[in-house]
Design a protein around this ligand. Structure first.
Ligand code: ADP
Ligand code: MG
Length: 348
């Protein structure tokens, strides 16, 4: 988050709650939802209440980190949790429905490769999302900070689990919109994906502008974000882009391609190129060259398919999973059901 952004936030400890977000208001959201599971609004208004955690019940400990949407705390609520406290614009209460919609999305998810959603604080200005606390490190930390090497076999096992979690989300009609190595944890070899479907919450945080701090000729785009954006998203970006970017299942698959590249190469595509150059190239259909990449044809083909310029040509996650399962394994020491042991050595 750019330093200038903090001035736009209101303190969450303030007492000026408009309380427009009583949990019962979630009813209207559910009434409009056409999913068969959602046909009984009364039942759903009760279940919406079930997910509403009173802010006072949460214990917040140290800050784990700050992202685009808010600050994440280690916390306690019937055990260890992660609490994402959202930065809320003081004068912007309208998108509360957006937040409730995200919560409604979250509560529909139960998969071992997805973070466990426990509930949310839904009374402004105290908006927070409570999930299980991931114990491992993110793939970002493994790859870019610790410089851990992932062998092809380990990369395949991780990619399979990501495909499983993402396939589940897509089958439930949920688009992640922010799939990146920072949102993928590894817990004893098990992949846990976080922050799915939360992207629209930025409206709550930063109003309708994607890029708030335009300084000089910089586009002020968060570092390490652009390389996950499919060509159709890059083309829709402007310095004052509204958040109505054309996200789709296929843009998630493009982002998965970038994660696959990071796993295999240990760096981001278009490394050290300025944002303007990346946007221009990707928008025109230029891909990161794989000439220097030491990998088999099959592995590179997956990358090229995920990065297809035309969204319709990108595979879906079930297809990716079966392609990954068919890849020949070299010296696979452990069965895939065993945890992957990560080490700094090149080929452990
Ligand atoms: P980003 O995803 O861009 O890093 P976030 O706001 O999502 O930003 O996360 C901020 C920090 O909190 C990151 O270091 C992230 O790894 C950590 N974090 C987020 N969710 C969890 C979680 N459920 N368990 C443990 N740490 C988390
Ligand atoms: Mg995150």
């Amino acid at each position: 988050v750019k330093s200038g952004d903090s001035s736009r936030c209101v303190s969450l400890s303030g007492s000026g709650s408009t309380d427009s977000g009583g949990c019962g208001r979630g009813d209207s959201l559910d009434l409009h939802n056409k999913h068969p599971d959602e046909r009984w609004p009364r039942q759903n208004s009760l279940s919406m209440k079930e997910w509403d955690i009173p802010y006072d019940e949460l214990k917040l400990f140290e800050v784990i980190g700050t992202g685009r949407f808010g600050t994440v705390f280690r916390g306690s609520w019937h055990g260890a949790v992660a609490v994402k406290v959202l930065h809320v614009l003081s004068d912007d209460c309208v998108p509360l429905d957006t937040f409730k919609h995200e919560v409604a999305t979250f509560r529909k998810t139960r998969h071992e490769n997805l973070v466990l959603f426990m509930g949310a604080c839904m009374k402004p200005p105290r908006l927070a999302i409570v999930t299980s606390l991931c114990k491992g490190m993110t793939l970002y930390t493994h790859i870019h900070l610790r410089k851990d090497k992932f062998t092809a076999n380990k990369s395949v096992i991780v990619a399979q689990q990501i495909s499983q979690g993402m396939g589940y989300l897509h089958a439930r009609g949920i688009i992640h919109k922010d799939l990146k190595t920072k949102n993928i944890f590894l817990e004893n070899g098990k992949v846990v994906i976080t922050d799915f479907g939360l992207f629209s919450v930025t409206k709550l945080c930063f109003g309708n502008k994607l890029v708030q701090s335009v300084r000089g000729d910089s586009l002020g785009i968060p570092a390490g974000w652009l390389c996950y954006l499919a060509p159709e998203l890059c083309r829709a970006l402007t310095p004052h882009a509204s958040l109505h970017l054309p996200f789709s299942k296929a843009t998630d698959v493009y982002a998965f391609g970038t994660v696959w590249y990071e796993l295999l190469c240990g760096e981001y595509p278009f490394k050290s190129q300025p944002p303007e150059a990346v946007i221009w190239q990707v928008g025109k259909g230029v891909k990161q060259s794989l000439a220097n990449m030491q990998a088999s044809r099959d592995i590179k083909d997956i990358l090229m398919l995920c990065w297809s310029y035309r969204s319709a040509e990108r595979p879906d996650f079930p297809h990716l999973l079966s392609t990954l399962q068919k890849l020949p394994r070299k010296r696979l020491a452990r069965s895939p059901s065993h945890p992957v042991h990560l080490s700094r050595s090149a080929d452990s």
